[in-house]
Design a protein around this ligand. Structure first.
Ligand code: URA
Length: 289
């Protein structure tokens, strides 16, 4: 379908509003599957998304549909979307690579050299960590967003500012006594949720990072971080505020799941729960010191 100039402008505005900053295809790509040879007559034209999805998106806007917000644009791409996908050999490669790193610098270098996760191709930075590596507390979030990808540091955007404010209420800061990382070190395009495959591929690295930091307590920020590291399907609403134990590198580490600050920004009524969880964290820290 041929679009007129005003329609193209509307469509571009729609994509900007929906935080679609990256040019992608309409379907997730399995970069690990062997490419099928395509005959020229069956080849898909590049950037077909604009033509096939654009008018529908435009029509829904013209019908007065609510424009997409960034939270609506997040979509989980489950591993089983392609049943023919091979089991994650990239995760095995990652596990081998992560295990060989004996220092944080070696682990950061290993991640920089790792090509097994497709997210790296669209990200500007490998967001490894921020804070003090000797900290008693390690915060583990989900994945970098736009600001983190731009700066190369975790939690520097709006939700990071709230996280800093939350931690400051109990005397914790990344400048003196906190270490911060994410389960995924590369920004998922358009801030979508990481897929099951991507989480599996990146998990050995964050596990090794925890092992090398050897914190007393891990704060699991958000459902993705909590579910991935605790190996559970239980949601964050049930998990938050309940102490867990993570066995990593032969050590038991206490872990406390928290609501993600991005969620707290959207649902300010959850601040009361966050305050309770901060108090529980402070109590545990005081008891251990
Ligand atoms: N959200 C996260 O979970 N991690 C970041 O680094 C930024 C936002």
């Amino acid at each position: 379908m041929q679009l007129e100039r005003p329609e193209i402008i509307d469509l571009l505005k729609f994509h900007i509003e929906a935080d679609c900053a990256d040019v992608l295809d309409g379907m997730p790509v399995n970069h690990f599957a062997k490419a099928e040879p395509t005959s020229p007559e069956h080849a898909t034209p590049k950037h077909s998304t604009l033509e096939t999805k654009g008018p529908a998106a435009l029509a829904s806007l013209q019908e007065g549909a609510t424009p997409l917000t960034p939270s609506v644009t997040r979509a989980v791409i489950p591993a089983q979307i392609n049943p023919a996908a091979p089991q994650n050999s990239a995760a095995d490669d990652g596990a081998t690579l992560a295990k060989t790193a004996t220092t944080l610098d070696e682990l950061a270098a290993a991640l920089e050299n790792f090509e097994g996760c497709g997210l790296k191709k669209t990200a500007k930075s490998t967001v490894f960590s921020d804070g003090v590596s000797s900290a008693r507390i390690m915060i583990v979030g989900e994945a970098p967003g736009r600001d983190e990808d731009r700066t190369g540091k975790p939690f520097v955007g709006r939700s990071g500012q709230l996280l800093d404010d939350m931690m400051a209420t109990i005397g914790l800061s990344r400048a003196s006594n906190l270490y911060i990382a994410n389960v995924i070190p590369w920004r998922p395009p358009g801030n979508r949720a990481p897929s099951v495959d991507e989480l599996e591929i990146c998990k050995p690295f964050i596990m090794r990072q925890i092992e090398l930091i050897a914190p007393e307590i891990i704060v699991l920020v958000g459902g993705t971080s909590a579910k991935t590291l605790l190996n559970t399907e239980t949601g964050i609403t049930r998990l938050r505020g309940k102490w867990q134990t993570l066995e990593i590198g032969g050590r038991d580490i206490l872990a406390l799941p928290f609501f993600h600050p991005a969620y707290v920004l959207r649902r300010p009524e959850t601040k009361i729960d966050v305050w309770a969880d901060l108090c529980a964290l402070k109590q545990k820290l005081d008891a251990g010191s």
